[in-house]
Design a binder for this molecule. Structure first.
Ligand SMILES: Cc1ncc(COP(=O)(O)O)c(C=O)c1O
Length: 1020
């Protein structure tokens, strides 16, 4: 490899050369280079350049082609993303220089492109990879038609010479395994390229989209700005080699390398459409680039055995090549076709034509055709009550539920849909590690026919027994038959029958000819069929790949299109026309409908809103069956969709649901149980329907009892959505669209130790309470008195702020001295959330006059309560009746009671205390590593993590907080922001959030905090 000898120059002799040729006075720092010499040139007044001294073997013509390429690419890409050539004093873009050893070289100065090398930039999101592909496509577009003849000499990294290069350098590979992979990969490439070679487009390409040539400038929102450097490996070769090279590097260290490649190819195709034959060779080409890198690396290592770095830098490529040995090249091909919006399986249309024509000629799977008289199509989708009810219960119970459903629908046979999104594939085999964390396989690729075990299954079409296997793992297929079918005008295809009785494995033989209508097997029972209710899973397969006796019956949602092309809808064979195919929720249409029907003041969370169709304990599940860890819902207190809550609600709805005007034990018992949870003298209860109603009533009681109207509130407090509540909520009336506080509302500064007026924990409680006293005195001076002081026991909208010690105690004293009442708003923070106590006011050692309850009280059911003293309740009873149509209704009380039962039974307050304390400690430790975290605060399962830009000024970091929330969402963890600066990450999960969840949250948060856009001191 003679071209690897680098030009003999030193920094000392280059500095005067720079001055002489460019009139620039620069400091120089050498940059890595394989063949050339590159320097970072920093001009005194600030501009930065890269100086390149080309290898002596480089011709002027070739360097001129590079200059054209730079110019053309720069025209198509954003300014500054491609090095711009800086002419010398004579206006030339290349200057001739002589090295110390007397050889002649060409020198070029170009503007420096900043950014982190892609290898160091994190995260490589889906959008990032799309954009990278887009840039790669754009560069190909700019370069491929440069009117210059191909280089006269052969270059090492050229794809069209890869066979010769590998054969020449392969003997240097000492690692036998690696050598085997390289040989196998070369064999695949050689076979594939043979038929394609003459048809593949050729042109000029950059040929080195590697992870150190792609640069990324991190941005706090949106994609980073991408740049590309080093056009020194440009060559004239297959155009497909450009994305292949880029893929080889973009796939390094990825949880699912094919996913990364497919995204890059999608982006590429959008800017420079790839042809079908190019997609055929792409996967073998990707492997070739890896092989080239590993083989030339092995060669270099032999020449430089001391250089340990060489081995280390090859590790990710070796790992990737090893992983790619497992990938069926046809599968990668289909995936890449799909990425380019082509039908994934190339033979699809031939199959479709045959299928349509053959329709009507199929034999019934169960002997007789399925007909609407005895068949019910089941909704087993993630959002259906049928699947929610049958998950997590015994098979007997599942059977009862299904039988009841079929009975109610006068059916004997149930049909489970094709392409349905299901959440009950819980074994770990159904998990895939993707760019966005774990993705579950949820898309059903067959049709299920539910009938009693022992029911005979017949072959719907002529075929041959191709594979037989008993797949015995839990939730697998159990005994399975795969038939092969061959007809004219259609590629060979297969049908799969899963969950059969064991006998078929003995009765059938591989190679046995099966006539349509012949009995194949029987439906298996739950002991033999993988642990399912008796049914047959029937699936069409157009490419069996290397599977033997088993085959994926469920696909990743992100690969739905690919897999439905390989495994088309078998409904037609079963005589089911369309009704057995699940429809996908179209998020765009749903959003439009929502916007049309709801008022625009209702907001949606996240830039790309989630379609949530189900809740389960601490998870929310989206329409693609993906689970999101809910860290913000303090309403689903005992967990989303708790079965005991559903039962309590449903059972009571069968019996009675009316108002409080009749004597009935249920609402009385509930009110008694609630009151027992409070200290004396809080013993009297009003039941309402929401937190807002509770605060409305609390205000009414206070003003009736005190005879006053004036309210004392906290800065940035929120107490509800009604008009009076907005009046006492500075968070709203001082926010966008608000008109400020009415004359009867008086605000004190937020008692906020981290950022507030008083920050010394020893004195802050008193000082903030003094503010309450000040208002009382001002009112007094005007001949007025406070009606009430209302305060959350820990501040929610204020930014998850615990109150300073002594604040409530002293504030209550001042208010009471001036004749006012003290209201504790426990809507957010009650019911054991604080961990140490059942009510958060207990953290402050006070007993309020009125306590308002909402949110968690009904676990999502509209319920609220006001708890006060008998004396106050009596004073409120001034003759005006308090009537609330729904408050205290029996269904709500039944739900409320179930919440209390579950809390006790499942020890949820204790869990909040233990898990919350553990998590807080770990979050505090994170603060040490990430200066972005300014403060970690809270109690139990009510915590805030405040993000700041600067530890001195504590300037809020709202954009960074949004970034974290969005990134955590893409990692399937739901958080949100709070606080006046929108910079506090709030944590208030369902109380069933456990230690495992806490660890998961921490590890994901740590990774996100470490991502490039959040690093302040990046040096490019
Ligand atoms: C502290 C506080 N009080 C009262 C309310 C009002 O409750 P609801 O929305 O159930 O009416 C809220 C709601 O967010 C709240 O956070």
């Amino acid at each position: 490899m003679p071209e690897l000898e680098r030009p003999a120059f030193s920094v000392q002799n280059l500095i005067p050369l720079l001055e002489e040729h460019y009139g620039l006075c620069c400091t120089l720092e050498e940059l890595p280079g394989e063949r050339d010499r590159n320097y970072l040139a920093q001009e005194k007044k600030g501009d930065t350049y890269v100086l390149k001294i080309s290898n002596a073997c480089e011709t002027l013509e070739f360097l001129q082609v590079q200059n054209v390429a730079l110019e053309r690419s720069a025209k198509l890409l954003e300014q500054g993303r491609i090095p711009q050539v800086f002419p010398d004093k004579n206006g030339e873009s290349l200057s001739r220089v002589i090295s110390a050893d007397g050889s002649q070289h060409w020198m070029r100065l170009a503007h420096y492109v900043d950014g982190l090398p892609m290898a160091e930039y994190r995260p490589h999101t889906r959008d990032f990879l799309l954009e990278l592909g887009g840039m790669c496509g754009t560069v190909t577009k700019a370069l491929h038609e440069i009117p210059a003849p191909p280089p006269s000499s052969t270059l090492l990294w050229e794809m069209h010479n890869v066979q010769e290069t590998l054969e020449k350098y392969m003997p240097w590979i000492k690692d036998e395994k690696l050598l085997g992979w390289v040989k196998k990969s070369l064999d695949l490439y050689s076979r594939t390229i043979k038929a394609l070679e003459s048809k593949l487009r050729r042109g000029w390409i950059h040929n080195d989209f590697n992870d150190y040539n792609v640069l990324a400038v991190p941005k706090i929102s949106g994609n980073p700005d991408l740049g590309l450097i080093d056009f020194g490996d440009m060559t004239h070769s297959y155009l497909a080699a450009e994305p292949a090279v880029a893929c080889a590097y973009a796939m390094l260290n990825k949880p699912d390398p094919l996913e990364a490649a497919a995204l890059l190819i999608r982006g590429f195709h959008q800017h420079f459409p790839l042809e079908e034959k190019e997609l055929e060779i792409l996967f073998p080409m990707i492997k070739m680039r890896l092989c080239l890198s590993l083989t030339l690396g092995a060669f270099q290592q032999q020449n430089d055995p001391e250089n340990e770095y060489l081995g280390i830098s090859q590790k990710p490529a070796r790992e990737l090549l090893e992983r790619l040995q497992e990938v069926n090249p046809r599968y990668a091909h289909y995936l890449f076709r799909d990425a380019c919006n082509m039908e994934a399986f190339p033979g699809s249309s031939a199959f479709r034509n045959w299928y349509k024509k053959a329709g009507g000629s199929f034999h019934g799977l169960l002997g007789e055709p399925l007909n609407p008289e005895n068949t019910a199509v089941l909704d087993l989708s993630v959002g259906s009550s049928l699947s929610a009810k049958t998950e997590g219960v015994s098979l007997e119970k599942q059977e009862d539920i299904l039988d009841e459903y079929l009975r109610e629908n006068n059916a004997e046979i149930g049909v489970g849909k094709y392409a349905e999104v299901r959440s009950f594939y819980t074994a770990k085999e159904f998990l895939n590690n993707s760019i966005d964390g774990e993705e579950k396989r949820t898309i059903h690729l067959g049709i299920d026919v539910f009938a009693p075990s022992g029911t005979s299954i017949y072959a719907p079409i002529d075929g041959v027994v191709h594979q037989l296997q008993d797949n015995q793992s839990e939730l697998d297929y159990g005994p399975t038959v795969i038939l092969r079918h061959k007809f004219t005008d259609v590629p060979e295809f297969y049908t799969l029958y899963g969950h059969l009785g064991r006998d078929c494995q003995k009765q059938l033989e591989i190679g046995q000819v099966i006539k349509g209508g012949m009995q194949l097997a029987k439906i298996g029972n739950s002991n033999e069929n993988g642990g399912w209710l008796p049914h047959v899973h029937f699936q069409l397969i157009l490419d069996l790949f290397d599977f033997n006796g088993n085959y994926p019956g469920v696909a990743l949602p992100s690969r739905k299109k690919v897999w439905s092309s390989i495994c088309p809808d078998p409904g037609l064979i079963l005589g089911l026309d369309g009704e057995s195919t699940a429809e996908e929720i179209d998020s765009g249409k749903l959003l439009k409908r929502r916007n049309n029907v709801f008022g625009p003041s209702l907001s949606l969370s996240y830039q790309d809103p989630l379609i949530i169709v189900r809740g389960q304990a601490q998870s929310l599940i989206d329409s693609r069956g993906q689970f999101y860890l809910d860290c913000v819902n303090n309403v689903a207190h005992v967990g989303h969709s708790h079965p005991d809550i559903a039962k309590a609600q449903s059972n009571q709805a069968y019996v009675l649901n009316t108002n409080t005007r009749y004597l009935n034990p249920l609402n009385i018992e509930y009110a008694e149980r609630l009151c027992l949870l409070f200290p004396e003298p809080l013993d009297t209860c009003f039941l309402v329907c929401s937190g807002s109603e509770a605060n409305e009533l609390a205000m009414r009681i206070a003003s009736t009892v005190s005879g006053q109207q004036d309210m004392i509130v906290l800065e940035d407090a929120y107490h509800g959505n009604t008009r009076a509540n907005i009046d006492i909520s500075p968070y709203k009336h001082n926010g966008p669209g608000g008109k400020g506080a009415p004359e009867w509302v008086h605000e004190i500064p937020m008692p906020y130790l981290y950022r507030g007026l008083h920050r010394d924990p020893q004195t802050a409680g008193k000082l903030y309470a003094d503010e309450v006293e000040k208002i009382c005195e001002i009112l007094s001076a005007q001949g007025r008195k406070p009606s009430a002081f209302i305060c959350e026991s820990m501040l929610g909208c204020g930014g998850q702020v615990p109150l300073p010690e002594g604040f409530l105690q002293q504030s209550y004293q001042h208010v009471r001295q001036h004749g006012g009442l003290c209201i504790a708003d426990e809507v957010q923070v009650g019911f054991g959330r604080a961990g140490k106590h059942f009510w958060s006011f207990e953290l402050q050692g006070v007993v309020p006059d009125i306590v308002t309850l909402g949110k968690p009280i009904g676990n999502g059911h509209p319920l609220g309560a006001v708890i006060t003293t008998r004396k106050i309740a009596e004073a409120f009873a001034n003759g005006m009746e308090y009537f609330n149509t729904f408050g205290g209704n029996h269904v709500s009380c039944s739900v409320g009671m179930a919440v209390l039962d579950i809390m006790e039974k499942e020890g949820l307050r204790q869990n909040a205390l233990e898990t919350g304390s553990w998590l807080k400690e770990k979050l505090e430790a994170l603060k040490e590593s990430f200066p972005l975290i300014g403060d970690v605060r809270g109690e139990g399962f009510f915590m805030g993590v405040e993000l700041i830009l600067d530890s001195e000024s504590r300037e809020p970091a709202p954009l960074q907080a949004d970034y974290v929330v969005e990134r955590m969402k893409s990692r399937k963890i739901l958080l949100s922001t709070e606080g006046p600066g929108h910079n506090v990450l709030k944590f208030k999960p369902p109380m069933v959030f456990n230690q495992h969840d806490a660890k998961h949250l921490l590890s994901e948060l740590e990774q996100v905090l470490d991502e490039s856009p959040l690093q302040k001191n990046l040096k490019f």
